[in-house]
Design a protein around this ligand. Structure first.
Ligand SMILES: Nc1ncnc2c1ncn2[C@@H]1O[C@H](COP(=O)(O)OP(=O)(O)OP(=O)(O)O)[C@@H](O)[C@H]1O
Length: 297
């Protein structure tokens, strides 16, 4: 298997008003193509910063990363824009990530206008395909973000992120702002898209259940350093590092919660039930998604 993302000794120091914070302190890891790497750690441990440095959304103080074999520190201009089209990001707060004045159709068309030659009918057709791919109805195209539920807004965010058919997505707390009843639907949609398009994910989450459910490999960050890396089924079940053990022990118990099922990674086809089917009942309304709840009984 080839390496899609290699983060190499990344350091990021933020300097402001005479003080400095070392947010990331020499982090290296690799993510194999078509797999999910889950990054966990307490708030402020540097997860988002390392992900942003990896895609060069912010400049690292030192270190570099390679995406699909390309060293991105050396890329400029058109080469950097091409690389941007091959990567995407799904954010924590879907409603805030969307421009409130753009219709859903305009929002999804935006990255396509920037990174592709699609215009007119071909562009509208691609937007419709993307709506379908993320389980939204054509009727949603004309709506504004405030007319959608949180889960639907996140589907739009995912459609935008996959619009240019990227190979690598960063998922920064993709479900933590969502109602617990729609979290599993959005996770299942992400799993389906990963399988169908052979995507590679770098997933950041506070929720260890989410990381265990989604990830092949897990990395644990503490104070800007990666303290433990390994198969998610080992690191998040039988951790070797004392800090990971404490993190697991501190995980809040949600009353009534049922653990997410362990995905059948080698099984062909989709995780059932289909997240698009989940969305179908919801697709014609603006009510919050509530059809399937696989986290709570
Ligand atoms: N733009 C910035 N300027 C100054 N300090 C920053 C900036 N961005 C992040 N930091 C600091 O860097 C450290 C790491 O932040 P980061 O957001 O990467 O952590 P995190 O693990 O993703 O946290 P959370 O889970 O709360 O999002 C924190 O101390 C944070 O305050």
């Amino acid at each position: 298997m080839s390496v899609m993302l290699a983060v190499e000794n990344v350091v990021k120091v933020f300097r402001a008003h005479g003080s400095q914070v070392t947010a990331v302190d020499g982090v290296s890891f690799e993510v194999e193509s078509g797999t999910t790497f889950g990054l966990v750690g307490e708030s402020g441990s540097g997860k988002s910063t390392v992900a942003r440095c990896a895609l060069r959304l912010i400049e690292p103080t030192s270190g570099d990363s390679r995406i699909d074999g390309e060293r991105i520190g050396a890329l400029r201009g058109t080469a950097m824009r091409r690389l941007r089209a091959r990567t995407g990001m799904v954010f924590q707060n879907p409603a805030a990530a969307l421009n409130p004045r753009l219709t859903i159709e305009q929002s999804i068309a935006e990255p396509l206008r920037t990174h592709s030659d699609l215009r007119g009918r071909a562009l509208a057709q691609r937007v419709r395909e993307l709506l379908d791919e993320v389980g939204l109805a054509t009727a949603h195209a004309e709506r504004l973000p405030h007319q959608l539920s949180g889960g639907q807004c996140q589907r739009v965010g995912i459609a935008r992120a996959v619009a240019t058919r990227p190979k690598l997505l960063i998922l920064d707390e993709p479900t933590s702002a969502l109602d617990v009843s729609v979290q599993a639907q959005v996770l299942n949609l992400l799993q389906e898209l990963r399988r169908e398009h052979a995507l590679t994910y770098l997933l950041i989450s506070h929720d260890l259940d989410v990381v265990r459910y989604m990830s092949d490999t897990a990395g644990v960050m503490r104070s800007g350093r990666l303290v433990e890396v390994g198969p998610a089924s080992r690191v998040l079940v039988r951790p070797e590092h004392e800090y990971t053990r404490r993190l697991l022990a501190a995980m809040p118990e949600t009353p009534g919660a049922v653990p997410l099922p362990v995905p059948e990674r080698d099984a062909p086809g989709r995780l059932a039930p289909s997240s698009r089917a989940d969305a179908a009942a919801d697709a014609r309304s603006t009510e919050p998604d509530s059809s399937q709840n696989r986290i709570h009984s």
